[in-house]
Design a protein around this ligand. Structure first.
Ligand SMILES: NC(=O)c1ccc[n+]([C@@H]2O[C@H](COP(=O)([O-])OP(=O)(O)OC[C@H]3O[C@@H](n4cnc5c(N)ncnc54)[C@H](O)[C@@H]3O)[C@@H](O)[C@H]2O)c1
Length: 268
């Protein structure tokens, strides 16, 4: 298998290292808008070379992994699926745009490209996947973040919220996933994953809480439906090189690549 990784930051660099150690992966093409970042990652690996654009080795790639940004995902998705190449997306929030999403899945159907979305920093996605086969009445995601991981978020700054000043747990946002994904583009990708898998961006509720006493980011997924009720709480440790990204999100990308490379589908 040959893979292209777009974005060699916190997730992309660790995924590249894991891919380098997988026998099934023969070649890794690395791309980053900061070329020096891709070069630094490639220098530590055996199977990696740096490319300047995703198009460069698309004909030789079996899978493209986006681990960059929503803008990058929006840019590369049409190019990759049109060529019939499979793609894994980490910046899932890009799919909040219904027109764009439908266009991508339509193109993918025609070209037989597959679009993969790892479970990310969240547990309970497996239960949701099964639950929505029958009626599901409520899906709610309660995301609790440390002040550090909400620094620089446009919504927080616009509202004049000083996240460092909270002395106790405080809800700073409550609304539907469609709005939450737009307001917190780098923080609630899991809300997009849950919406796509479950009852959609408009019906999925999202609450964002800031807690000055935690070092981890937590996601609580609550589902009610014909199957019963589920309440799944994930306490995540952030990546040291990017406090917005949970280590479990990185691991979910590596786990997804392993399943694809080995064609092993336990717990599908
Ligand atoms: N699905 C999930 O659960 C989940 C969890 C965490 C992060 N994410 C998302 O995954 C993405 C990557 O996260 P990360 O922690 O590795 O981020 P990061 O900031 O550590 O790394 C991103 C890298 O992508 C590069 N980049 C940015 N725009 C690019 C472009 N247009 N083309 C090529 N490279 C580009 C940057 O230079 C950087 O090196 C982010 O969009 C993040 O929001 C998803």
């Amino acid at each position: 298998m040959r893979i292209t990784i777009v974005g060699c930051g916190s997730i992309g660099s660790k995924l590249a290292k894991a891919a380098d150690e997988m026998n099934e992966v023969k070649r890794i093409y690395l791309m980053d808008i900061r070329k020096e970042v891709a070069e630094k990652v490639a220098a530590e690996l055996n199977k990696a070379i740096v490319i300047d654009s995703v198009d460069e080795e698309l004909y030789h790639s079996d899978l493209v992994v986006e681990a960059a940004s929503q803008e990058a995902a929006r840019d590369i998705l049409p190019k990759v699926v049109t060529r019939g190449v499979d793609i894994m997306i980490m910046s899932v929030g890009t799919f909040v745009d219904d027109e764009f999403r439908n266009m991508i899945f339509e193109k993918a159907k025609v070209s037989e490209a597959r679009v993969f979305i790892p479970t990310g920093a969240l547990c309970g996605v497996d239960g949701l996947r099964s639950a929505v086969i029958d009626d599901v009445d409520e899906v709610e995601l309660i995301t609790t973040k440390s002040p550090k991981s909400l620094r620089g978020v446009a919504y927080v700054e616009k509202k004049g919220i000083d996240v460092e000043k909270f002395t106790e747990k405080t809800t700073i946002y409550s609304g539907c996933a469609r709005e939450a994904v737009k307001l917190f583009p780098k923080n609630v990708n899991v809300a997009a994953t849950v919406s796509l898998l479950g009852i959609g961006f408009d019906k999925t509720k999202v609450t964002v809480v800031v807690d000055p006493d935690i070092k981890s980011n937590s996601h609580e997924l609550r589902i009610k439906g014909k199957f019963g009720e589920m309440n799944c709480h994930t306490y995540n440790i952030p990546e040291p090189d990017n406090p917005r990204t949970s280590h479990l999100a990185t691991l979910s990308a590596i786990a997804a690549l392993k399943r694809l490379a080995r064609n092993e589908w336990f717990g599908i």
